[in-house]
Design a protein around this ligand. Structure first.
Ligand code: DAH
Length: 340
């Protein structure tokens, strides 16, 4: 039996040393030391030995078991090391490759313009107001002095949900919402940036675009206040030597109404391609709030007056950053957006 044990051991050491990989080593281990393995079988036959032989044989089996375990563990470590080396070799890092670019986001040009305008008016004591994009016919048109059959409604064709509900065509309805809430408290001083919608779509019009509405109502507000306020805005946005020009215009919610131009920042007023040779660039609509608009929202036109204006943010961004197609602002092309 002792001879048998030493034969098994000798053979086992040889097969262990020859094991090609961890899997076959595991199989060898089970065949030797597992429950039904060769060594266990020997232990089971101890019962057939005499009382003197038994302890001697038992000890020999244990020694063999320990030393085989040791050989197996050594072999396992060796195979593991080799496997790791092979994997590292396979997955070797080429340190001469360029690194991965880290893409860093930035603010959209429209956000930059909106924030700049907000900053200017916050600095003048205005509050930021918001209104819903899904607006009622009442606030979008009627409260802005555009009754149902008014022909000027055609200037702002919109998207309707039903007869009474539409996507707002301008930020002007926020005027009525704010006044209604605050009346008759003075002053009303708000700037309201936001998204608006119209049925327009070309290089300078998008069906979805952005405006900022300004409204100031107090005792004895005049057109001079409007001009002074807009001059501050325009100088901050386009440079300290910009000038303003008011052209008579028509909006149902203001009387008188004016379209406002700035002196061309590209040529300084001499006339160039940007200003179509006129020296002036149109930037917004404005006027003195119509007495009827004040009245409808709870203010007495005998006691107060106010000015309002509405400015297109896309137009400001396009002028400020020299963008020639409005659609670029909505394409989300990272090469374009990265330039701001
Ligand atoms: N709501 C006008 C538009 O979208 C712009 C406008 C003009 C707003 C004159 C005003 C204003 O507040 O006084 O075309």
């Amino acid at each position: 039996m002792l001879q048998n044990l030493s034969n098994i051991k000798e053979k086992a050491v040889k097969t262990i040393k020859e094991a090609a990989d961890l899997e076959s080593l595991q199989e060898i281990k089970v065949a030797l030391l597992g429950k039904k393995g060769e060594i266990s079988q020997l232990s089971r036959s101890l019962g057939s030995l005499s009382a003197e032989e038994r302890p001697q044989m038992g000890q020999a089996i244990n020694q063999a078991k320990n030393s085989l375990e040791h050989v197996i563990n050594e072999k396992m470590a060796e195979l593991q090391k080799a496997a790791l080396a092979a994997r590292l070799n396979e997955e070797a890092v080429d340190i001469s490759l360029p690194g991965r670019e880290f893409l860093c986001g930035g603010k959209h040009p429209l956000s930059l313009v909106r924030e700049e305008i907000e900053e200017i008016f916050l600095g003048l004591g205005y509050k930021i107001a918001e209104g819903p994009q899904v607006e009622s016919d009442y606030y979008n048109f009627e409260a802005m002095n555009l009754p149902p059959e008014h022909p000027a409604r055609d200037m702002q064709d919109s998207f309707y949900f039903n007869e009474k509900l539409l996507l707002r065509t301008h930020t002007s309805p926020v005027q009525a919402r704010v006044m209604e809430k605050q009346a008759p408290e003075l002053p009303v001083k708000i700037i309201s940036p936001g998204v608006v919608y119209r049925r327009d779509d070309d290089a300078t019009h998008s069906p979805m675009f952005h405006q900022a509405e300004g409204l100031y109502i107090d005792k004895k507000v005049t057109m001079a206040d409007l001009k002074g306020t807009l001059l501050i805005m325009v100088k901050k946005l386009f440079g300290a030597d910009r000038e303003l020009r008011f052209r008579p215009s028509y909006f149902p919610f203001t009387e008188p109404s004016a379209e406002v131009d700035i002196s061309c920042f590209a040529c300084g007023g001499a006339g160039c391609r940007l200003c179509h040779g006129t020296g002036w660039i149109e930037i917004l609509g404005s006027g003195m709030v119509h007495p009827h608009v004040l009245e409808m929202s709870g203010y007495d036109p005998e006691l107060c007056s106010g000015f309002a204006f509405g400015v297109g943010l896309e137009r400001i961004a396009m002028l400020k950053y020299g963008i020639n197609d409005m659609r670029l602002l909505f394409d989300n092309d990272i090469r374009f957006l990265n330039r701001f």
